[in-house]
Design a protein around this ligand. Structure first.
Ligand SMILES: *Cc1c(COP(=O)(O)O)cnc(C)c1O
Length: 390
């Protein structure tokens, strides 16, 4: 076993070696510009992109023509929200989203607010779930978009996507979901789930960083977007810029692999997650944050009473790599806004660990992590006045 062990798969995943292997020729021999129509170098790139588009589409039950390649989920979130907001401005300027969304959605919505957009921020219950009745009541004649993530990156909680899409359809409102944490971990199907726009990212599913996609529905209804990047008109005009062929090949290959082995991966990883969680729940004052029944199979998020999360992470860092929440906020001392939205006080929100398991997590690593975290919590409490006075 090599230290530190990696239990931060929600923050990013290593590339599968098969992904890297598929990408390599496209840096050197097969370097053509996929938009070069006049020679074999271009055709080769175009063919590779076409295959990757099919692989991405197949994983989510879409048509290849509905896939727009982007630089990642952050860009896909921006393109979906800003693109719909601008194009449907004649209908209205109201967007409904949720307090526990990823920063890429929250900050984009704040930006749109400054441009005259009106945003409804739905709260979540203690489990991290939205209330469908509350969602429906929030819809107005000028609502253009509902943006609710599929699975939360900090607590793994799955929102009721089908219920959301039924409400959206009934009221003629478009439904966008940031599915970055869900795609490749659980079955996602844009038709079955009633999704109009969907964001995904390669580096969360064993592909390279800096590449992702936005699914944009073409039929029933046909969704239109205002491009945010002007230029050569690539990606049906929705995202200009020379295609990053090696990265796109990597994303496609990662999707094909994950589609083939998702069931096997889950069958192996979920019991490991449960073993890890059960082990950590033996610690006094430990509890799981968010719903345990509506949740990704490879994630758990726990709080330990009377423990400073930063001190815990620092003490563990040389043995176990994990985080307290989203990687974007872990640099700051702010407690997780996701956990606060669940109703946790500052104390418990500060004492949380997010654990994400993945394709290369072993039972040995899980047992080691349980032992290390148990020891470290005990050590910190020994020195803690807060613990003595509890
Ligand atoms: C990681 C993540 C993002 C950002 O994806 P990038 O490809 O790194 O830009 C957005 N949303 C969610 C839910 C994520 O987990």
């Amino acid at each position: 076993m090599k230290l530190p062990i990696y239990l931060d798969y929600n923050s990013t995943t290593p590339c599968d070696p098969r992904v890297v292997e598929a990408m390599l020729p496209y840096f050197t021999q097969k370097f053509g510009n996929a938009a070069s129509r006049s020679h074999a170098f271009g055709w080769e790139g175009e063919e590779a992109v076409a295959l990757a588009r099919e692989q991405v589409a197949a994983l989510i039950g879409a048509d290849p023509s509905e896939i727009v390649f982007t630089s990642g989920a952050t860009e896909s979130d921006n393109l979906a929200l800003k693109g719909v907001f601008e194009l449907y401005a004649a209908k209205g300027k109201h967007i409904i989203t949720v307090e526990t969304e990823h920063k890429a959605v929250l900050d984009t919505c704040h930006h749109l607010e400054k441009l005259g957009g009106e945003i409804t921020w739905l709260p979540v219950d203690r489990e991290g779930l939205i209330d469908l009745g509350e969602l429906e009541s929030a819809i107005r004649p000028d609502t253009v978009l509902i943006s609710v993530m599929y699975a939360n990156n900090e607590i793994g909680v799955l929102q009721p996507v089908k219920g959301i899409s039924e409400i959206a359809r009934k009221h003629g409102v478009l439904f966008f979901t940031d599915a970055t944490q869900a795609v490749g971990k659980i079955p996602v199907n844009v038709d079955g789930d009633g999704i109009d726009l969907l964001a995904l990212s390669a580096h969360k599913l064993y592909g390279p960083k800096g590449i992702g996609a936005l699914y944009v529905r073409r039929r029933n209804p046909r969704v239109r977007l205002q491009a945010q990047m002007d230029g050569g008109g690539h990606e049906r005009g929705m995202r200009s810029g020379t295609l990053n062929v090696p990265a796109i090949v990597g994303l496609g290959q990662a999707c094909a692999i994950v589609q083939a082995q998702m069931d096997a991966d889950t069958a192996r990883i979920q019991p490991l997650r449960d073993r890890l969680e059960a082990g950590l729940l033996q610690i006094e004052g430990a509890h799981v944050n968010g719903s345990r029944s509506h949740r990704l199979p490879h994630t758990t998020n726990l709080s330990f009473s009377h423990i400073d999360g930063q001190a815990l992470l620092a003490a563990l860092a040389k043995d176990v790599a994990l985080s307290s929440g989203s990687a974007c906020t872990s640099a700051s001392m702010e407690p997780s806004y996701v956990l606060k939205a669940l109703g946790l006080g500052d104390d418990l929100a500060h004492s949380s660990l997010r654990l994400g398991l993945g394709r290369w997590t072993t039972e040995e690593e899980v047992d080691y992590a349980v032992q290390k975290i148990t020891e470290t919590v005990a050590n910190l409490r020994e020195k803690s006045i807060r613990w003595e006075r509890r």
